[in-house]
Design a binder for this molecule. Structure first.
Ligand code: DGL
Length: 263
């Protein structure tokens, strides 16, 4: 079984890709919605919380963990790998493909404030950003809009205009979605930045990495997937509605949804 977690529903953008690539593997999704958003919190705070979430998932006997949250990965991935021996896949803003693809030499990254503060982003910049100009765009508020189900309403569009309007005029041609909530805003983001800016969602590449690691684990499975399981530290009725909005009626209909609290 693979455990996938995020502060909220953002990691579902990774869940849906993993579900597609590994149709026979049981998936357990954990949304830490009582503690969402992680982005404005301190890195130490996030690290502590994420350790608790991981201990909960280990108690459910997962074989592999996907930290489907850029913020949690920035704050805690190294910490988790030091503590636990199971394979862990994390997220990082897809700067490398953006730098490889750009024609103008100007790329932008959208993420939460905490993701940019984490040491991993500094390392990523040092590794891949030489010779290109990187526009770093913190986007407070967008996670909350996705959690509320507002994917293209006036409040969400207002934030997107505020954060993104300047980018095309400055010559940016690649835009990295550095938070797993943002792929659900992709149509609105593309409408705001226009056709000359390519949007990069790392979820399919992350799912391929999950599959590579899973194949190395060499687990036998029953070959039939159980109903997908979803846990939230928030409200399970609301999570079911969110599943319907973000993953569709079919997934929401067969989903096994639970509310849990982390002591
Ligand atoms: N989906 C999370 C990420 O990828 C959102 C973090 C938050 O809760 O602020 O960064």
């Amino acid at each position: 079984m693979i455990g996938i977690f995020d502060s909220g529903v953002g990691g579902l953008s990774v869940w849906r890709e993993v579900a597609l690539l590994l149709p026979e593997i049981d998936l357990l999704y954990f949304a830490d919605q009582d503690y969402c958003p992680y982005g404005p919190r301190t890195l130490a705070d996030i690290r502590q919380r994420v350790e608790k979430v991981t201990r909960f998932l280990l108690a459910q006997e997962i074989d592999m963990l996907v930290v489907a949250c850029n913020t949690a990965s920035a704050a805690a991935l190294a910490h988790l790998r030091g503590l636990f021996s199971l394979p862990i896949v994390g997220m990082e803003p897809a700067l490398k493909p953006a730098v490889e693809k750009t024609n103008s030499g100007k790329v932008a990254v959208m993420a939460t404030p905490a993701t940019f503060q984490g040491e991993p982003f500094g390392r990523l910049m040092a590794r891949f950003a030489s010779g290109v100009q990187v526009f770093v765009q913190p986007c407070p508020g967008l996670v909350e809009q996705v959690e509320q189900g507002d994917l293209d309403g006036p409040a969400t569009l207002g934030l997107l205009h505020r954060y993104l309007d300047g980018l095309p005029a400055q010559g940016v041609d690649e835009l990295v979605l550095g938070c797993t909530h943002y792929p659900f805003l992709r149509p609105a983001i593309e409408a705001v930045v226009g056709p000359d800016v390519q949007v990069i969602d790392p979820a399919p590449a992350v799912a391929r990495q999950v599959r590579r690691l899973w194949e190395r684990l060499d687990r036998t499975t029953l070959g039939i997937r159980q109903s997908p399981r979803f846990f939230t530290t928030g409200d399970m009725v609301r999570l079911r509605q969110q599943l319907r909005q973000l993953l569709g009626k079919e997934v929401a209909g067969e989903a096994d949804v639970h509310a849990v609290s982390l002591a």
